[in-house]
Ligand binder design. Structure first.
Ligand code: CP
Length: 359
């Protein structure tokens, strides 16, 4: 099996790697005591440029349950980032002190950029609206634990499919598994980005699109609710107009299957009514707990990898900047140009078209 040395996108995963990780995760769940000292002497760094409850704390809990030490920040204001230190230099420093780095940033492609300067594994804990691969590991674990395997179901992805990074990673990861079809439930303003829809077509993933949750809920085996991502809206009025577009209530569930699984990466902000929490189909709190166990499996693997210096990073003309205002290349203008795999016009950091790139 090819060695996986970073997890910045689903492209870093293979099905074989996932199966090995999940096998380890199941053993950790069954026999947690066996792993209590398995990362003794190792150090995890958590770099959170954006708020987090589940991802930050579950990584910290995971590391501590393995016996590792943890340091990091939940706001870069207390670090030399506030003096203008670049991402590249910050990563070089923390990599030299640690065994694995977890990074969350509002900038798309930040984890990809970080991995280019790190000689220890880098884990993407969410880069803007782009990807959140360890939430996907959490989601896959939840589905596997609850259903026995990951195959042959219809999943409804509901809410802010445009900005919801957990949806983006999950759609890509589910291409590895057979018999899965999708119902994409969103208003037209919050549709899944075109590059992901094109990817679904390329992978032969069957999907339908609708605005109405009520119209399709009876067909679903899994309902994956998401929050409308206020922090990604440039226009506050547009956010207010869309924020309550879906509210899942017990009444909505009247026509749902008795064995529907209701998932949500959390946090929620009104889109699942609290009375749903007591329904046996609500799995989102269990989902969050599975996240800690699969992150333990991931850290167990990554923290024992030997340090490996990355290839030297080329300097490139400063004019080559992607047009996506949220792309990491907008702020970190020293980054080299990167194209997405098999592409001549897609930015390799943020996966957006580079029509605005000045070459
Ligand atoms: N699911 C998730 O990423 O939650 P946090 O933002 O609290 O980490």
């Amino acid at each position: 099996m090819a060695e996986v040395r970073k997890l910045v996108s689903v492209d870093d995963m293979t099905k074989q790697w996932w199966e090995s990780l999940y096998t380890c995760c199941r053993d950790i769940i069954a026999r947690p005591g066996v792993y209590a000292d398995s990362c003794r002497g190792k150090i995890l760094v958590t770099m959170f440029y954006e708020p987090s409850t589940r991802t930050n704390f579950s990584f910290q809990a995971a590391a501590q349950r393995l016996g590792a030490g943890v340091f990091g920040f939940s706001d870069p204001i207390g670090t030399s980032v506030s003096k203008g230190e670049t991402l590249a230099d910050t990563i070089r420093m923390v990599a030299s002190y640690s065994d694995t780095i977890v990074i969350r940033s509002p900038q798309e492609g930040s984890a990809t950029a970080a991995a280019m300067y790190s000689d220890v594994p880098v884990i993407n804990a969410g880069d803007g609206s782009h990807f959140h691969p360890t939430q996907t590991l959490t989601d896959l674990t939840t589905i596997a634990q609850q259903r026995g395997d990951i195959s042959d179901f219809r999943i409804g992805l509901c809410g802010d499919l445009k900005n919801g990074r957990t949806v983006h990673s999950l759609v890509e990861a589910l291409a590895m598994f057979p018999g899965i079809s999708f119902t994409l439930i969103s208003p037209s303003e919050l549709r899944l980005p075109g590059y992901l829809v094109e990817g679904m077509t390329a992978h032969g993933q069957e999907y339908t699109e609708t605005r109405s949750l009520a119209d399709c809920i009876s067909e679903l085996d899994i309902l994956y609710m998401t929050r409308v991502q206020r922090e990604r809206f440039a226009d506050a009025a547009e956010y207010r107009r869309l924020k309550n577009v879906y509210i899942l209530t017990m009444k909505t569930l009247d026509s749902a299957k008795p064995d529907l699984m209701i998932m949500h990466p959390l946090p929620r902000y009104g889109e699942i009514s609290p009375d749903v929490d007591n329904d046996h189909r609500a799995k989102y709190f269990e989902q969050a707990r599975y996240g800690m166990f699969i992150r333990m499996a991931l850290l167990l693997e990554f923290m024992h990898l030997p340090r490996q210096a990355p290839p030297p990073v080329e300097c490139r003309p400063p004019s080559a900047v992607c047009g996506n205002p949220a792309c990491v290349t907008q702020s970190d203008t020293y980054l080299p140009q990167l194209l997405a795999k098999n592409s001549t016009n897609i930015c390799g950091y943020c996966d957006k078209p580079i029509s605005a790139l000045t070459l």
